[in-house]
Design a protein. Sequence first.
Length: 139
Amino acid sequence: MKSHTKYLTFNVPARMDFVHITPQVQESVAESGVREGLCLVNAMHITASVFINDNERGLHEDYKRWLEELAPHEPISHYKHNRTGEDNGDAHHKRQIMGREVVIAITEGRLDLGPWEAIFYGEFDGRRPKRVLIKIIGE
């Protein structure tokens, strides 16, 4: 069995945004030489996520509005976590909703995604470098 590891680093200038990463993940699959297997992609920070959905701007704007309604950034005092000196209590909640990781099948050397599916890095407390792990295993 083969194994391949790659790290991506993102420094999103906005507090919350989404980055389409399907091409970088597929590139990693090609680098791995794995033809049949699994690809794990996970955010390595507790205020970021990785998820799969449609690559459509309106949907992403809807997500941002919805997440902000569910876990608004302000007032900062709303979150006990922020009593530690942080101001990102909302980002932890947003990450919990959007998820930490995805696992995608690899078939014939390609990510086996459904119609319209794409992989995204979700940032909820941006403006500093954060990593995403890509781990590929298979034959």
